[in-house]
Design a protein around this ligand. Sequence first.
Ligand SMILES: [Zn+2]
Length: 376
Amino acid sequence: MIADKVNAMKLLLPLIFTLLTTSLKAQPPYPSPLDTILPVRGLCLGAPSTEDLDRFVKFIDEECSRLNVNLLVLRIGTSYRYQSRPELANPDGLTKEQVKKIVAAARKHGIRIVPMVNLLGHQSWHGKLGKLLTVYPEFDETPWVDLPTGKYEWPNEDGLYCKSYCPLHPGVHDVVFDLVDEITEVFEADAFHAGMDEVFYLAEDKCPRCGGRDPAELFAGEVTRIRNHLAASGKELWIWGDRLIDGKTTGIGEWEASMNNTARALHLIPKDVVINDWHYDRADPTAALFALNGFRVITCPWRKSDVGLAELDLMLKFRAGATPTTKDRFQGMMQTVWSGTSHFLDVYYGEAENKDPNGDQDACFKELFHAIGQLK
Ligand SMILES: [Zn+2]
């Protein structure tokens, strides 16, 4: 009997060893010393094309891990083959299997993924209407504004930057929440990014539902509605911060802050919304505005390395000087990429030249993360 047990153990031991080592390998890496210095070290970029998928997965596996990236905000929009809303799905978008490859690569290195679909604003770009308003034109906040057939120019008579959906349309949330639920599920995400930046069309006088209403209350109402939907399944809402900053009082203006009376929404939305505070030309100290009002905040540069490095410096100073109550609201940094992901990867790997005359997002990313690596 004893001999049988010994033999059985001999047979089982390799299996137990394999199971143990496999489960250890599947765990995220041990916490980095950087986690206490700068908890969030992110990169925000568009969904990779299906052709770029393998290269993108390799980029996560080799580069993001090496550079201490621990957050990817992926702008998916309709570039996914949604099953809940096939009418909004891009037939060339990512498949479920492809998304799972991204999820696995990120998980291997303890990188959190937050998928993004633009809600409220950014429902058109220049002369092109987005998929939501193409399929559901009744959701358009400004149906009387035609998109230009020729070259788009800013400024223009209509004040057209991007179209918005009407947040008070009775049918819009049934549709967009299906996208929110499906994209967070497929990415196995515990947070969702709703964009909500640069919303210029809001509370339009000619909208039969919104005309005459307070833009701050309308904006806050939409943020709160999305937040509550996510909170019901234990997920966080992330948004860009610009509509919550008073562009007039701060002098920051109408892009990186609000000149359309939405800023008071800062005091009307739930404090657990995570703010992505983007400033591309100056290191504005607005992270303090958000943190001191109770919000977690991540500062986001783009294509100017000196600005990105100054913002990192400011973030570290805020953390060093903060009270224990506010310190961890200063969460960290996130590099933004506004070209296609394919071009970003081309430049990253030296296969193409940066062609942006106003800056170099790849250089900013590399310099920012080099500086972050030095903090250890
Ligand atoms: Zn409306």
